[in-house]
Design a protein around this ligand. Structure first.
Ligand SMILES: Cc1cc2nc3c(=O)[nH]c(=O)nc-3n(C[C@H](O)[C@H](O)[C@H](O)COP(=O)(O)OP(=O)(O)OC[C@H]3O[C@@H](n4cnc5c(N)ncnc54)[C@H](O)[C@@H]3O)c2cc1C
Length: 387
């Protein structure tokens, strides 16, 4: 640790957390070496085998209780995993989405039968999870979702189209946001689980071509009269979907903030090392006052972000993280992440624009952090509402 690196919060320094962090780092060093990650980027998808490997190593469903096949951990474990994925630029491997975003809906709103049916498979990597909120005509304004789930005996018949769905090509289990009563708007929205293997009428569309996160299979999904049992509804009754989303989105937004800080720190480490080596006009880049000031500013801001995020992890562990504060983390950290990565890239000069340099990929991968999980403008709407 350099003199300037302030210590992590105490709850992140417990011995079992440090041991876990070390084991996650070793897992990625072994299972996600650069050449394998590069292949995933070329293929536009992470190998399914990687999910089984992560499941076998105990990295999936970290905060799901052991009785449902999970690791019995808490959000600290999810945060460590998200940080390691960001630091090692394995951004296509959406384990944090699977663990900290999809699984919690089942854990918190599923019946005991549903939890036993789905969570052990998600923990082993046999089932890869996705959540399908966004549609071509409804992203920020989720009340405008047009996908419907019509009751027919003991089945729902799902019709609609989703887009930008992470893990879209791989997903075995998709939580679909659908209107069970279109006349009721938000109050007629429900979350319904679709197991893709035997879902007639379910089709995967394009694996979308993105400017970053190339290894992530962000996709279109189509539902044409897909019949699922009513027992796949999450929650005790229809119409709970919006409330469930509002309760779970803060964790998603905090996770985005956690990743953002990890990226800033890695960008700074790489740039400081580069600036100490690279020479121009007979001196090292770090010897120019402009370089020193830029890096001093970035280091200060990244440190403030680290303190803020660790504090929010603490609040979340105590069950006290509210929607507006999580929105602050999501918007402010992702904006700062993009700013810092851009500043760092500039110090790499032309090399910063070359894909073989990690800073170039960070630049492209970071951009989406300001958009997904709710665009940053929506975060400000949520914060403003709480003023
Ligand atoms: C790589 C990637 C992965 C994703 N993964 C998933 C996933 O797994 N599941 C899923 O459901 N979705 C996913 N998304 C979708 C993502 O959450 C949406 O793109 C996002 O919520 C914005 O919705 P939109 O694209 O429809 O933009 P729009 O709603 O059309 O908004 C466009 C822009 O308009 C502005 N804007 C919108 N509303 C307001 C407002 N009220 N006030 C001020 N400005 C406003 C903002 O600048 C916003 O960025 C993913 C997206 C990407 C790019």
């Amino acid at each position: 640790m350099a003199a300037l690196d302030i210590e992590r919060a105490d709850f992140l320094k417990d011995e079992d957390i440090l041991i876990f962090e070390d084991s996650v780092a070793r897992f990625f060093a072994e299972h996600a070496p650069p050449e394998r990650v590069e292949k995933w980027r070329r293929d536009g998808i992470v190998e399914r085998a990687m999910w089984r490997e992560a499941g076998g190593a105990g990295l999936l469903c970290l905060s799901v209780p052991e009785q449902y096949g999970g690791q019995g951990g808490d959000f600290r474990h999810e945060a460590i995993l998200a940080e390691q994925i960001s630091r090692r630029q394995v951004s296509g491997f959406a384990a944090s989405l699977h663990n900290a975003i999809v699984a919690p809906y089942i854990l918190h709103y599923g019946s005991d039968e549903q939890k036993k049916r789905w969570l052990p498979k998600m923990a082993s990597g046999e089932f890869i999870g996705a959540i399908a909120m966004t549609e071509p005509g409804a992203g920020s304004d989720l009340q405008g979702v047009r996908t419907t789930a019509r009751l027919d005996g003991n089945h729902y018949v799902i019709d609609g189209q989703k887009t930008f769905i992470s893990n879209g090509q791989l997903a075995d289990l998709v939580i679909v946001v659908a209107k069970t009563d279109p006349s009721k708007g938000a109050k007629g929205t429900s979350l319904i689980v679709v197991e893709t293997a035997d879902a007639s009428g379910f089709h995967r569309g394009r694996n979308l071509d993105k400017i970053g996160m190339e290894a992530q299979d962000t996709s279109e999904l189509f539902f044409d009269d897909v019949r699922v049992r009513t027992s796949n509804l999450l929650g005790p009754q229809e119409g709970m979907g919006f409330v469930q989303l509002m309760q779970q989105l803060p964790q998603e937004r905090l996770t985005i903030g956690v990743s953002g800080v990890a990226v800033m720190e890695r960008a700074l480490d790489l740039t400081i090392a580069y600036a100490k080596e690279r020479k121009a006009f007979g001196q090292r880049l770090i010897d120019f006052q402009n370089t020193q000031f830029k890096l001093a500013e970035c280091k200060t801001e990244a440190t403030v972000a680290r303190v803020f995020i660790d504090r929010l992890i603490g609040l979340h562990l105590e069950g006290k993280l509210d929607a507006a504060t999580a929105s602050m983390a999501k918007y402010w950290v992702s904006d700062l992440e993009c700013k810092i990565v851009d500043t760092c890239l500039q110090l790499f000069g032309g090399y910063g624009y070359m894909n073989e340099y990690p800073i170039a990929r960070m630049f492209r991968d970071s951009r989406v952090q300001r958009i997904y999980g709710g665009a940053n403008e929506i975060m400000k709407v949520l914060i403003a509402r709480a003023l």
